[in-house]
Design a binder for this molecule. Structure first.
Ligand SMILES: [Zn+2]
Length: 257
């Protein structure tokens, strides 16, 4: 990552805008003054109204600046459930209202995953952000057992989504999945934490799969930055984010041709 803070809002903002803005220095920061790649796409006639975000952490309404961008952001407990009227949505809305909130700012990944599935069945977006949040909470609590369990569960959620895409003729071999994290975690005993003073938390990983992504295997020793993700998201749609945001880093070199 280019940002030095090594925590969530700066990390996601770097991921979505392609550059480090030093004024974004807290997780409580106001709605993002910078335009994200999602906002830009939502103002493009080919994508307008077809961009959405689901996340367990309640800060994404600010990070994506839902008010200005017009991107519907379903996040946290209070705004997590989309106002769809089908039976499954009604049940999930009730669970969001009545589940005991282990963390006030972060809902459970399992519930959000079901909301994502409903979103796909009800109004399939062309661009969808999904923010899983549990692993960070369990790590901060020192619960390595639940941290691993939660991480493994995210693998299964991604597998579930990918299988759905590949089983549906409308989406088969048409979806690109980009996976990354907002920050790393400390080395050794500092694994529970991250932040400016925590060594190791500046290292993140990312993965990609899709019809235009080269099968490059595991890439090591090829320096890349979190800031490259914004242009990569656009490039997966054949678009050039840097034409709109010249400060943004270049797309990751993962595409065929
Ligand atoms: Zn954290």
């Amino acid at each position: 990552m280019v940002n030095r803070f090594r925590f969530s809002y700066p990390g996601y903002s770097e991921t979505f805008t392609g550059f480090f803005d030093p004024q974004i220095n807290s997780n409580g920061f106001k709605p993002n003054p910078n335009t994200t790649v999602f906002e830009w796409l939502n103002k493009d006639s080919a994508y307008r109204g077809r961009v959405a975000a689901h996340a367990t952490w309640y800060a994404f309404r600010r990070i994506i600046n839902t008010e200005r961008s017009g991107v519907p952001v379903y996040d946290g407990w209070d705004k997590g459930a989309a106002p769809f009227a089908d039976d499954k949505s009604t049940l999930l809305q009730e669970l969001y209202r009545t589940t005991t909130q282990l963390w006030p700012d972060v809902a459970f990944d399992a519930l959000m995953q079901q909301l994502v599935v409903v979103q796909m069945n009800t109004a399939m977006p062309k661009v969808l952000f999904i923010g899983y949040g549990e692993t960070d909470e369990y790590a901060h609590s020192g619960r390595y057992d639940l941290y691993l369990r939660s991480a493994q569960q995210v693998d299964r959620y991604l597998s579930q989504l990918w299988s759905r895409f590949q089983a549906d003729p409308r989406t088969r071999n048409k979806v690109t999945l980009l996976i990354s994290t907002d920050h790393g975690r400390g080395w050794g005993v500092e694994w529970t934490d991250h932040g400016e003073e925590v060594n190791g938390a500046e290292y993140i990983w990312s993965a990609a799969i899709g019809p235009d992504i080269g099968a490059l295997g595991v890439r090591r020793n090829s320096p890349t930055q979190q800031a490259q993700m914004a242009a990569t998201i656009a490039a997966a749609l054949g678009k050039d984010w840097r034409s709109a945001e010249p400060q943004a880093a270049v797309a990751l070199p993962i595409f065929k041709n």
